[in-house]
Ligand binder design. Sequence first.
Ligand SMILES: [Fe+2]
Length: 284
Amino acid sequence: MHIRGLGYVVLDVADVGAWGAYLRRFGAMVVEQDDRLRMRIDERPFRVEARATDGAEGLVAAGWELADAAALDVAADELAAAGHSVEVATRDECADRRVGGLIRTADPAGFGLELFHGPILDHEPLVSPTGSSGFVTGDQGMGHIVLGAPEHGDCVAFYVDVLGFRVSDVWRPDGSDVVFLHCNSRHHSVALAPASGRSLYHFMLEARTLDDVGYALDRQIDAGTTIMAGLGKHTNDHMVSFYSRTPSGFEVEFGCGGRQIDDATWTVTEITKPSFWGHRPPPG
Ligand SMILES: [Fe+2]
């Protein structure tokens, strides 16, 4: 199958209001309704949905985009042939997700995946609450997610062999493989790390300019958000970014300047440190 990109993420969170304030500090447009919020950063109806929960917080599902209905049918057939569950969303569920069609499955770690086609666009102008100059999405998708799981080898095989991701590069801290995977020109749309438990480490949003990143960093600091890693530049995707702690405890990476991959010329490499400079923990 040919996944086009990361469409959206769905999260379970304890404090929807705190999430709204947190996401607005990146310049995103946030609409809160009932016990959930949706974040817009482009013409898509949402890129993040955060739903209120009394239980565990974290990733409910990643929404992966396919070109059209025929591509989604092929994906469903390939998932079933590989022995994975496929649940077809109802018409009402598709309407709620604002897509033309959607199937659900799970990766070997149990992370939910929603494969969809036909996103229904929101043509109302994006109004950034902070005057952000905008976000890098389009054919690179919403950004990336980094997942940790004990079933690491099975997960890498699933994303590559079943979902069709290509390896961008690997990092081997302490002998363990962190694998960065792409499905479009974004350097990685997902990265997979071995871990003792299943967790979403962070999701990444890419701003158009360094100023957008710097202003957001100041706003998060001023609001008392914990900065988990200060400004730095990654060795693989060249993203200049910082990491802050979300109201749910995991992190958001917010950056700019990510480089893109051309599969015709890309060589898979092993990186030996994650950052050229920076990404230092806060002092003290
Ligand atoms: Fe990242």
